[in-house]
Ligand binder design. Structure first.
Ligand code: CTP
Ligand code: MG
Length: 228
């Protein structure tokens, strides 16, 4: 089965505050996006990669990724992450009309181990229509109201932090995006709105999302080094 990975990389990186799009911020000499795409390809489970780049950077991103080979394609992303994924999905159907499995993987999770990519693909190949990698939550999580007052404490043992890549059958992700009204913070959330089941596989600490300068320091110190 043909596997295509969509890489939303069109965000501005405002919380990182590096003065350029986060996907283009270097760690150990290479942009986060390069690390992310190389990780997908090195899993051996991904046939094509479609990157949604910041619209002003499409040419530069295509040049940047050309050394990774002809399996990598670059399109312009959109205003919200959901838009960027939808645009990449449209392009993917042209690049790989025979695709059966689609992954959605944040450029910001640049150091996701290839083994996680393989486990997500394998879970879809074995019959799950939607799969997300998850980790237990270490912090107790409170629900608060608009004034910041605590209204509840969900049972932590039933909570999971969700990572990417998230894996789907192509048909299900197309349906989820076609039905999407408004942005969602992840693609499985759109599938849930359809009432379709979402399975989980174990995530990995190295698949953390690089959001803040602290996260970037962790990536420089730990994630880009020899396997920990
Ligand atoms: N993303 C995207 N298109 C957007 C917004 C986000 O492709 N319009 C991508 C980002 O590039 C990132 C992933 O979605 O790889 C997760 O988003 P996030 O971590 O929020 O990145 P940014 O939006 O760049 O960061 P910030 O919210 O701090 O500006
Ligand atoms: Mg964002």
């Amino acid at each position: 089965v043909t596997v295509v990975a969509l890489v939303p990389a069109a965000g501005r990186g405002e919380r990182l505050g590096a003065g350029r799009p986060k996907a283009l911020v270097p760690v150990r000499g290479e942009p986060l996006l390069t690390h992310a795409v190389r990780g997908l390809l090195s899993s051996g489970s991904v046939d094509h990669v479609v990157v949604a780049a910041p619209p002003a950077e499409v040419e530069g991103v295509a040049d940047l990724l050309r050394p990774l080979g002809p399996a990598v394609h670059v399109v312009a992303g959109g205003a919200e992450r959901t838009d960027s994924v939808a645009l990449a999905l449209d392009a993917a159907l042209g690049v790989a009309p025979d695709a059966g499995i689609v992954l959605v993987h944040d450029a910001a999770r640049a150091f996701t181990p290839p083994s996680v990519v393989r486990e997500v693909v394998d879970a879809v190949a074995r019959g799950a229509s939607a799969v997300v990698p998850v980790l237990p939550v270490a912090d107790t999580v409170k629900q608060v109201d608009a004034d910041g007052r605590v209204v509840g404490t969900p049972d932590r043992s039933a909570l999971r932090a969700v990572q990417t890549p998230q894996g789907f059958t192509v048909d299900l992700l197309r349906r989820a995006h076609a039905a999407a009204e408004g942005a969602a913070t992840d693609d499985a959330g759109l599938v849930e709105r359809l009432g379709e089941p979402v399975a989980t596989v174990p995530g990995h600490p190295h698949a953390m999302k690089i959001t803040t300068p602290f996260d970037l320091a962790v990536a420089e110190a730990v994630l880009a080094g020899p396997a920990a």
